[in-house]
Structure formats: structure tokens, C-alpha cells
Design a protein around this ligand. Sequence first.
Ligand code: AMP
Ligand code: GLY
Length: 421
Amino acid sequence: MKILVVGSGGREHALAWKLAQSERVQTVYVAPGNGGTALDTRLVNVEITDPAALADFVVAEHVALTLVGPEAPLAAGIVNLFRSRGLKIFGPTREAAQLESSKDFAKAFMQRHGIPTAKYQSFSDAAQAHAYVDANGAPIVIKADGLAAGKGVVVAMTLEEAHAAVDHMLSDNAFGDAGARIVIEEFLAGEEASFIVMCDGKNVLPMATSQDHKRLKDADQGPNTGGMGAYSPAPIVTPAMHARVMREIINPTIQGMAKDGIQFTGFLYAGLMIDSEGNPRTLEFNCRMGDPETQPIMSRLKSDYVTVLEHACNGTLDAVELEWDRRTAVGVVMAASGYPDNPRKGDVIDGIPAETAECITFHAGTTLADGVLKTNGGRVLCVVGLGDSVKMAQKQAYDVVDQIRFDGAQFRRDIGWRGMK
Ligand code: AMP
Ligand code: GLY
């Protein structure tokens, strides 16, 4: 059968790589894909991004199933469109994707359904927002309501930073419509984890746990990014914590959406903050897999993912039990010069070794032109190492990172450090 993966990042490369391993698959198309999906002989890049044109392509090529990576097409309603044309697609509808596409929607939803999260209030008036900041003090967190490609959150450690963030979003209109409304919320301390499940509308199937590294530099210093590396599993999510998150966050979210008249299908990703007493709270919801979390997670998945996706589209995820590699996977992101503010494109990339059983290099912002691989975006590669401990997985990943060269490459040396405590 033929499968289509929508997107062009490292997440989509990892999903397509995994799907292509299935004996049941003839072709995996990636739209639009990247330099890595172009190089992989089992994958075929398709230069289409418009959802209606993608649906036409799926009909013409008899594609059996479509999997969507990024949030933007989901929020724009690609699942609604495909389903209206009778095409099989895994993801949330536009309505369900509001859990990610509007922070105000997500916060009101969590409050209504008693799902643990930071205290908050929403504002579209700058004077009222400033007054709320003064009344609550710093640290405090300011978030643009809409999708802002990972740039819409300011964790303000001082009142000055908080007021500046309010002005930037509400008065300077920095994010356009996405920032015309903001959420101001309580600062939560603790350790983060990514908790990702698949939902078919009724059944919930948890993926392996993982932990991202948001800051650009070692020891969690420097600016926030889309994620500089991730590892799986995350030891902070013990079996007891797993059960608690399912009971207090994931199940109430799926049931709450149903009560509100929205059937949830697709990936549900709860970004958790776990405090020093072990209480999990939801920082945010995403309605897709994480990037870079997908790269280590898919590297550990042993089950045939095509079969899993079929069950997900047919509402029979209760029949699936996922099998995971017992090893730890550590994924190190190599980013371009200037990332995250102003990534440079066009640097030639050399030295990527062939995949082994211990190390896979997934591409993100890369492009292949006339046989030359060049940087083409902020996060360029994600090198995933597998090993019997975090330390051994790290060694596998960094041995390969050290062989790869492109000008201005930025990466952290400490991915996985919390897992070694
Ligand atoms: P979000 O996109 O909402 O996950 O926010 C991006 C990052 O900002 C999170 O991964 C956290 O590191 C940080 N963050 C968001 N909300 C809070 C909060 N209420 N308290 C502390 N840090 C936060
Ligand atoms: N790695 C964080 C995200 O995908 O949102």
C-alpha cells in the first residue's frame, strides 16, 4: 500500500522512515519532505503543500492512508477536508486541534474539566494585562493565544520582562492575530516531560515517554527553541506517574472534549511540568507528535506502525499493544548558525555516516540540490543514538555528531542529562 506523510521536518523524516520499514508498504510519500527524505530510496518527496491538491494526489495515486506531522495544516482543517472526501487520515479535526491552536481555548477547557494546569487569565486589553502582571508579580508567563511557531511564550523572570512581553504581543502586534489575545499564567517550577498518546476517538494508546530540551545551550541556558534534543524513555515518568497522568490529564481531556461535542482523534501531546512533590500539571497541549521527541520515540518502536495507524483510523486502537526497544534513545539536534532567531541557509553538510543499529541521522532543515546536501532551516539534523543506558546512547549519538560538519553548527553536549541523575 501507499502512505502519505505531510510535513518537512525531522519528525516527518522519522515517521516516514518507520513506516517504510513495514513489509506492507510499497511507497511512502513525504510532502514536501527534505534533503533526507530525498536521499532515502524508500521515500518519495512530493512538491505539494496545499491540502486540496494533496487530497487530489491521494485520490490519483491510490494512497491508502495519510499521516499529518505539523500543527498548521491540522489547525487549517486538513483532516476535515480529507474526511469530507472519504479519505483516510490520522489527525485531529480543526475543532479538536483548538487544544493546540488556541491557548485560551485550552486553558478554559482545562479549567472547565478540572485538568491540573497553571492558574491564568486571558487578555486582549494591554492596560488590564499590565495591571494583572503588577498584581501577581514575577516570575510569570506570557503566551500568545494562537500558533506562533514556538515563539509565542515568554517566561518572564522580572516584572520588566513581563511588561515588555505584554507590549510586544498586544501593543506592537508582534504575532498578528495569533497574539491579539494573550494568556498570562502562573510560573510553574519543576521538571518537564512530554506525554504523547494516540487517540482513535474512543481508545487511547500511549507512546513511549520522552523529554525535550528547550533551551539552546548546555545546562538549560540561552533562549528557548523548538527543541535541541530529546530522549526516550524519560525516567521521571515512573509507572505510578504514568498511571496518574492518564487518570488526571489524558482521559479527562478525551472525555471532556467528547462532552463538549468534539471527538478527539490524532496524537495528543501533553507538555507536563512535574513539581518537586511529584504533582503533574499541563503546560500545554499539542495535537501532533513532538519534534524532536518523535525521532528517539520512533527509533525505539518495534511494532509495525502501518498496522497501528490503520487501527487508529478504524477506531480499533484497543487491539494494539506497542512493542518498544528496551534501550534508551538520545536524539541530538544539530542547528544552523543563527538559530533560533535568524538561521542561515545554504551551508554545505558533510560527513553523515550510514545508519547503523545504534545510530540514525534524521534530517529536518536540509535540502538536496544537484547531489549536494545543504542547510535549509533552523534545526538541520537530529542524530539518534541507542544504548543500554542514557550514557551509552549519548556516546553513540555524539560519536556521529562529531563526524558531521557544516559551518556554524550549534548543538548541545548534554542531551539526556536529567536522565542520568
Ligand atoms: P508551551 O509552548 O506553552 O509549552 O511553552 C514553551 C515552554 O515554556 C515550556 O516548554 C516551558 O519550558 C515554558 N513554560 C510554559 N508555561 C510555563 C509555566 N506556566 N511555568 C514555567 N514554564 C513554562
Ligand atoms: N518539542 C516540542 C514540540 O514539539 O512542541
